[in-house]
Design a protein around this ligand. Structure first.
Ligand code: ADP
Ligand code: 5GP
Length: 187
């Protein structure tokens, strides 16, 4: 049996959370993935409505006004928000859900959603984090600097999350994540 649990995954940018989530979605295809709205521009290979809903600031502000978001935050200079309705529906239908949001957003979700469980993904160290951000080849030098500065602050919140996974070896971190999801949602 599956319990409807909302897994809230946070990590400093570049720690590997999108890569890990992609892998667990392939292994657990029943997971509902919450697609966020954002005002940031597309990265190469990203698809609208699959990775994010890419919208302009005007549309994003309209959605705030109409109460469409469970939470929203400005992160690394762009706006990001979690639409409420799809998550409500998925949980009501008994599905387990995964969302990938920043630490501040996660704290808000913990307070608002009793079904939420936090998982924090850490990079092995700051040098590897920087290497990963550069190897991804998708962010400007300025954006990489902002992301590294924010990482130090985000790491201070890792203790608030009941689960912490260090993403050194990708295969091992994937298995650890799967193990947490199964432990918390299968009975
Ligand atoms: P995030 O979603 O947390 O910002 P990404 O998933 O985009 O991070 O990963 C950042 C970069 O690091 C990508 O190029 C990805 O392929 C790489 N990466 C992720 N996990 C690992 C790992 N365990 N070992 C080596 N490289 C990794
Ligand atoms: P990226 O631009 O690298 O895709 O994401 C930047 C940061 O925004 C990441 O920390 C990611 O988890 C966060 N993020 C993505 N979607 C949301 C969201 O809907 N709400 C919040 N608060 N953060 C989000």
């Amino acid at each position: 049996m599956i319990k409807p649990v909302l897994f809230v995954i946070s990590a400093p940018s570049g720690a590997g959370k999108s890569t890990l989530i992609q892998r667990i979605r392939a292994i657990l295809p029943d997971l509902f993935y919450s697609v966020s709205y954002t005002t940031r521009s597309h990265r190469q290979g990203e698809m609208n409505s699959i990775d994010y809903y890419f919208v302009d600031k005007e549309k994003f502000l309209e959605m705030i006004q109409s109460g469409a978001f469970l939470e929203w935050k400005e992160v690394h200079g762009s706006m990001y928000g979690t639409p409420l309705e799809p998550i409500r529906t998925a949980l009501k239908n008994g599905r387990r859900c995964v969302m990938d949001i920043d630490v501040q957003g996660a704290l808000e979700v913990f307070a608002k959603m009793k079904e939420s469980i936090g998982i924090f993904i850490s990079p092995p160290d700051s040098r590897i984090l920087e290497e990963r951000l550069r190897s991804r080849g998708s962010d400007s030098e300025e954006s990489i600097k902002t992301r590294l500065q924010n990482a130090a602050r985000e790491l201070q919140f890792s203790d608030v999350f009941p689960y912490q996974i260090v993403n050194l070896d990708l295969e091992r971190a994937t298995q650890e994540l799967i193990e947490v999801i199964r432990r918390e949602s299968e009975y």
